[in-house]
Design a protein around this ligand. Structure first.
Ligand code: AMP
Length: 462
């Protein structure tokens, strides 16, 4: 299929041609025709599949015709879980709408209110927003939703995980009944099904090749790590490779991200940190520096895992593994984008074996282990027979043995970062619910109706 066969308006086709895309991606091929026909749509799509264009293009098509409704509120409203993703969508609107007369803008937390009020004071075509800040404007009567024709929920699963479900429903209820709704999600569970049932009318469902296909272009491997010092020595070895043109190094805490970036900078590397404690201006500057090639090593927390679209990232290094298996896919999806190949390397300590098990089960494959000569771990990460275990086997699921340890020899009560037993069961959402709540807040989020993370309970819908 070609873009020409989608019957797009000429300003849109012209903009797409300028991007150099040869053909629509599978999600675009399947989503654009029903979306252009005005149907509600539930699409299962990972980041990196071209999903943004799959909803931005139908939105722009809709704006080819003038609005018949009075008022100055947005005609298209796009909700995203994070500011970074909102910025990426805004960039996509700018790119695909460059030959159209459009008024659009982002309403996200961490940015001054007065600029957003100015945006809302004139008729606007497209608003891209994070739910928390949009609710602020809605409650103070500064935004009028009576003209909304199209509502897009991007990464809806993530919005629910971040505690935005009530905000999403409040916003949706404030829009006209007759609107069209497009929902994009990577995962599907009962909560999502109920939300879709409440908000959508007879939706068309599409599922494109999921994360496995997305991950095909990425070479994944792991290195067993004894401790932080060992991780840092391995990192120093890897970043000495000149083939690493641009890399994102993921760290689990903001403090460690800052510290690591400072250390790398002190060693003479073009390194900067990116995390949720930085104000939006500083975050945007750092991303811009990476795009311009001024930053080679970006040390980031998961806030950067979503929506960060910097071309040419050759490597993703998980200095720490993410707690949430889905975040692993999002992190490594920063490389191998749009047809390029990439390398994803994870450092895994004994303390992170549970996380590794969850990730491997989620992606349906075992990560091959590699050793750097001279930097071998003091003891093997897994027992030798574990190499033959594959996701899906009961042994693989890490069931506790009679000794109270799972097959990796781990205890089945979780421990905090100092190795002290917490008394909570591993994987218990409560073990990290507080972190997720704080994250939602630090991203300008609205954690009031925080919903426990679903982790691996969700099935992959695709
Ligand atoms: P997304 O999944 O929306 O984050 O998009 C991932 C990347 O794919 C972005 O860098 C887009 O510019 C790129 N992209 C979108 N559509 C196409 C296409 N039809 N062909 C090639 N690249 C594309």
């Amino acid at each position: 299929m070609s873009f020409d066969s989608l019957n797009l308006a000429s300003p849109i086709i012209k903009a797409i041609n300028l991007c150099g895309y040869a053909a629509p991606t599978p999600i675009q091929e399947q989503a654009i025709p029903p979306a252009m026909a005005g149907k509600d749509l539930i699409a299962s799509a990972q980041t990196g599949t071209g999903k943004t264009a799959a909803f931005v293009i139908p939105a722009l098509e809709r704006l080819q015709k003038p609005s018949t409704a009075r008022g100055k509120g947005p005609r298209v409203l796009i909700l995203t879980p994070t500011r970074e993703l909102a910025n990426q969508v805004t960039e996509a609107v700018r790119t695909y709408g460059r030959f159209m007369r459009l008024r659009h803008g982002a309403i996200v937390g961490g940015m001054p209110y007065f600029e957003q009020q100015r945006l809302l004071s004139q008729p606007v075509d497209i608003i891209i927003a994070t739910p928390g800040r949009l609710i602020d404007h809605l409650e103070s009567g500064r935004i009028d939703f009576s003209r909304v024709e199209l509502l897009v929920l991007d990464e809806a699963d993530r919005m629910l995980d971040m505690g935005f479900s009530e905000a999403v429903e409040t916003i949706t209820r404030a829009t006209p009944e007759g609107r069209q709704t497009l929902l994009f999600t990577a995962t599907w569970d009962n909560t999502m099904a109920r939300l879709a049932q409440r908000l959508m009318k007879d939706p068309v469902r599409i599922a494109v090749a999921g994360k496995k296909a997305t991950l095909e272009a990425i070479e994944q491997r792991l290195h067993a790590a004894d401790d932080m010092q060992h991780k840092t020595r391995m990192l120093n070895h890897l970043i000495a490779d000149s083939g690493m043109t641009r890399a994102i190094i993921f760290s689990s805490t903001k403090r460690n991200a800052d510290q690591l970036a400072r250390e790398l900078h002190a060693q003479g590397h073009a390194a900067e940190a990116l995390h949720g404690d930085m104000n939006q201006g500083a975050r945007n500057r750092t991303i811009m520096n990476m795009r311009r090639g001024k930053v080679r090593l970006l040390v980031a927390t998961d806030v950067a895992a979503r929506g960060l679209d910097v071309p040419g990232i050759t490597h993703v290094i998980n200095y720490d593994l993410p707690k949430n298996a889905e975040d692993y896919v999002h992190r490594i999806g920063r490389t191998g984008r749009a047809g390029a190949t990439g390398i994803a390397i994870s450092f895994v300590s004994f303390r992170e074996l549970d996380q590794l098990t969850r990730i491997e089960r989620y992606i349906g494959q075992s990560l091959p282990q590699q050793v750097i000569a001279g930097l071998e771990p003091a003891r093997p990460l897994r027992s030798s027979n574990s190499r033959s275990d594959r996701p899906g086997t009961s042994a693989y699921r890490g069931r506790p043995s009679a000794s109270g340890a799972n097959r990796y020899g781990q205890r089945t009560t979780s421990r905090d970062t100092y190795g002290t037993p917490t008394g909570r069961k591993p994987h218990s959402p409560g073990a990290y619910a507080g972190d997720r709540k704080r994250d939602a807040k630090s991203q300008g989020g609205w954690a009031g109706d925080y919903r426990k993370p679903q982790g691996d309970r969700r099935s992959r819908w695709a």
